[in-house]
Design a protein around this ligand. Structure first.
Ligand code: PLP
Length: 403
């Protein structure tokens, strides 16, 4: 028989959420009367808002007409790429990116997976620790994991982001000529990098030849106007960064599937070849573009009414986050996030995060996520997600008071 790709055995993330689900099943089997409330996952729960929903319906209807029909759109509808540049990347001189620098995708996670093809197995990658699992697992899949150390393959550096460094990594640890996955507002910590931190990040990346993959999937949750929503608000970022983003969390498109990636035209590899040209090639070779119906929904999300709806949706989840954060603070549990992000990262010093997860499930019938599942520095932390119906979150918060 054919041999398995040995990288498959090294993927760890598949373990986290199935393990949580297993522990929930075991608890429910032992306590059939219990109603467990989940504050554990990053999946959206609220229905699409009406204007955006109507955009999707209209997009589907148009496909059934001769004048409205469209087929493959590898890099995405031109109108949507222009609109994204106008809405999200506008500076004093107008839209900051041409349509050829924006690529519409079926989601940020899918693009992060595909992006890794650009760099190959010999890349030295670095991640914030803890981090969203696809950065590490995608690197493992292409073979760039430490397991092959000494064989000429890359390797992954974990840069701890803890209370001691205010959840911002020590940039001196970035690998020279490497790749750095950076997420702000962060999943899982909820910490949001400020302008000075991002300026330091870009400066270091330029000095060390690092390419930043900046994940801005939660940017629309930023409410503090002093905090940058995009790495491209920082001078020099065009020469060292790619940004991935998504309609999943601001518009509730987790099931609709739509995101985008910005690859500046001038971004170059060490040999002077264009990263943008290669990315266009990847899009045409193994992707073929996002759903035209989803893109119609995104166009609706980016007009005046749609933007107002996205804000309303994010405000709703931020309201949940405020309830969770307020409850933990009253209990004297120190936490970060929840103000400009939908995640609250709670610290239980000296405790094992799976033990705390178990205690919360037992005492409160609330499901959370053990921080250790996101990387070694997540040990003794718990992630609470604000994605939930309001009455469930209110009930969960009441129960958490028992902690
Ligand atoms: N990036 C981060 C940091 C996330 O937390 C998530 C989803 O939870 C994604 C990307 C996935 O985005 P998408 O639904 O667009 O694939």
């Amino acid at each position: 028989m054919l041999k398995r790709n040995p990288c498959m055995a090294n993927i760890k993330a598949g373990y986290l959420f199935p393990e949580i689900a297993k522990r929930r099943r075991e608890y429910e089997a032992a306590h059939p009367e219990a109603r467990v409330i989940s504050l554990g996952v990053g999946n959206t729960t609220e229905p699409l808002l009406p204007h955006i929903d109507a955009g999707l319906v209209e997009g589907a209807r148009r496909l059934g007409t001769a004048e409205g029909y469209s087929g493959y759109q590898d890099e995405g509808l031109l109108s949507l790429r222009e609109k994204i540049s106008q809405v999200f990347y506008r500076n004093a001189a107008g839209p900051a990116f041409g349509a050829d620098e924006l690529f519409i995708s079926d989601g940020a996670k899918c693009d992060i997976g595909r992006l890794q093809l650009l760099f190959g197995a010999k890349v030295r990658a670095a991640v914030q620790d803890p981090s969203y699992p696809v950065y590490v697992d995608g690197s493992v899949l292409i073979g760039a994991a430490g397991a092959w150390e000494g064989s000429g393959y890359g390797g992954i550096s974990y840069l701890p982001c803890t209370a001691e460094n205010n959840y911002f990594p020590d940039l001196s640890k970035l690998p020279v000529n490497g790749l750095f996955y950076f997420c702000s507002p962060n999943n899982p910590t909820g910490a949001t990098a400020n302008r000075e931190q991002l300026e330091a990040l870009v400066k270091t990346a330029l000095e060390k030849g690092v390419l930043i993959v900046y994940d801005a999937a939660y940017a629309e949750y930023i409410r503090d106007p002093a905090l940058p929503k995009s790495i491209f608000e920082i001078e020099g970022a065009r020469d060292c960064a790619i940004e991935v983003n998504s309609f999943s969390k601001p518009a509730g498109f987790t099931g609709v599937r739509l995101g985008w990636t910005v690859v500046p035209r001038g971004l170059k590899y060490a040999d002077g070849e264009s990263v943008n040209a290669d990315w266009a090639r990847v899009a045409g070779t193994i992707f073929n573009g996002a759903s035209n119906i989803a893109q119609a929904g995104a166009l609706a999300a980016l007009d005046e009414q749609g933007i107002a709806e996205m804000r309303e949706l994010c405000d709703f989840y931020l309201g949940n986050a405020a309830l969770i954060r307020g409850c933990l603070q009253k209990l004297g549990i120190s936490c970060v996030g929840g103000d400009n992000s939908p995640y609250v990262w709670a610290h239980f010093p000296g405790r094992d995060s799976w033990d705390v997860f178990g205690e919360i499930l037992e005492k409160c019938q609330v499901l959370s996520t053990p921080g250790a599942g996101f990387g070694p520095a997540g040990q003794s932390f718990i992630r609470f997600s604000a994605f939930g119906h309001r009455q469930d979150v209110e009930e969960a918060v009441k129960r958490l008071s028992k902690l």
